[in-house]
Write a protein that binds this ligand. Structure first.
Ligand code: EZ4
Ligand code: CO
Length: 402
């Protein structure tokens, strides 16, 4: 079997997606998601100009070797752009292999470990009352787990809060918008939000919260400790985690579970976090963390330390990543939870999907491969639109983490 050609499809049905399509001499093709929010064209160029010419002629069945060709074989390895490209290649190759064997992807990853995939919804509000009302809506829709973000009094911007009651999408046209941030206002306010939510909805619903890299270790420790009585499923990205050691401080002070890694892209971002059991959930998604081949190894490594998966699943990951994640989550033992932010309906004009949400869980059907297809004629109707993620400054103007 040989790879005969490959191409990158960029489209923007409501938001940008980059898709890699790999063709073979057996008429079977595979799809991989190469979307990197706000940096789409860098990955597309890397794939088109550097990776695709080297892919042509290779045997697509040799996934492990091809993975190492584009990881180990590349002198300037790692980093978000190149790992996103490696991930897309890897996903497309697994798609080809499973289609060739006429079986759903999860069968090749160990078969079924569970019938359904627990997911968490996003909920947010400009103020506490709106937030409480919106959490209730998600519970009514059947969700068993809800991520809660809330506007902070005195702050014009808070991470994860939709503007003008639209659905939350952080990327905006033109130059990056500048947001304003104040950690002490945030820290003083957020524990009260969760206290109120527990009062209103009781203790059964799983509650999650994304700190989005905005605390120092000692601030994060305070937050995790003050949230402890409200039994969160997790707090996410409590600190900007280039320094893995900083998690020790949070861990020493609190039993609030911690999820980290949506901006990570290899196992080397996780080694200390795993071996010292400093976190509870892996966020690194298949589309940024080296695809199925690398995440299988990362998840296996994590499993020995009682750490589970909780993959990133924002709308900036395409339906291909979500479907691949559902296969992966179906197969592995140490699955924890999957983030689920439904794509706008218009996305389904381009991507034909094979999963559904029902009563708090997601289900993937048994179509061969990853099971998502792309309609290229429809994709051509939605040309790429430049959109950038925001930057963030403290209220005195100091550059900060977004
Ligand atoms: O800000 O995917 O947990 N989810 C998140 C996301 C990220 C976006 C960035 O593109 O933190 O909403
Ligand atoms: Co996040």
């Amino acid at each position: 079997m040989k790879i005969t050609d490959a191409k990158v499809i960029i489209c923007s049905p409501g938001r940008n997606f980059v898709t890699l399509k790999i063709y073979t001499d057996q008429g079977i093709y595979g799809l991989g998601d190469a979307t990197l929010n706000g940096m789409e064209k860098s990955v597309a160029t890397y794939l088109t100009d550097y990776c695709i010419p080297a892919l042509i002629g290779k045997d697509p069945r040799n996934i492990e070797d091809i993975w190492h060709y584009f990881y180990r074989g590349v002198y300037w390895r790692r980093g978000a752009v190149s790992m996103c490209a490696v991930s897309a290649i890897d996903m497309a190759l697994w798609d080809i292999k499973a289609k060739t064997l006429n079986t759903p992807l999860y069968n090749l990853l160990g078969g079924r470990s569970r019938d359904k995939i627990l997911v968490y919804a996003h909920s947010n509000g400009a103020n506490i009352d709106e937030t409480i009302e919106n959490v209730g809506k998600k519970i009514d829709e059947g969700y068993k787990a809800v991520r809660v973000q809330c506007g902070i009094p005195g702050l014009s911007d808070a991470y994860g809060v939709a503007k003008e009651k639209k659905s939350y999408e952080p990327a905006h046209k033109g130059l990056p918008p500048e947001e304003k941030w104040d950690t002490s206002l945030y820290l003083n306010f957020i524990p009260g939000v969760f206290e109120k939510i527990r009062e209103v909805y009781g203790s059964d619903v799983h509650l999650l919260h994304d700190v989005h890299h905005r605390c120092t270790p000692v601030e994060a420790a305070r937050l995790a400790k003050e949230l402890e009585p409200f039994h969160l499923f997790w707090i996410e990205d409590p600190v900007a985690c280039e320094l893995q050691e900083s998690l020790r401080l949070i861990r020493q002070h609190s039993t609030t579970p911690i999820a980290i890694g949506e901006v990570f892209n290899t196992v080397y971002d996780y080694t200390l976090l795993f071996t010292e059991q400093l976190i509870d959930y892996i966020r690194m998604p298949l589309s940024h963390g080296g695809g199925i081949t690398h995440l299988q190894k990362v998840a296996a490594f994590a499993s020995f330390y009682h750490i589970a998966t909780g993959f990133h699943g924002a709308t900036d990951l395409s339906p291909i990543t979500l479907a691949a994640a559902l296969h992966f989550n179906t197969a592995i033992n140490n699955f924890g939870i999957q983030e689920y932010m439904p794509h706008q309906k218009i996305v389904n004009e381009v991507f034909k999907i094979n999963y559904k949400f029902e009563n708090g869980f997601m289900y993937i059907d048994d179509s061969p491969g990853i099971g998502v297809d792309i309609d290229e004629t429809a994709a051509a109707r939605f040309p790429y639109v430049t959109a950038r993620l925001p930057v963030n400054r403290k209220s005195d103007g100091t550059m900060f983490n977004w």
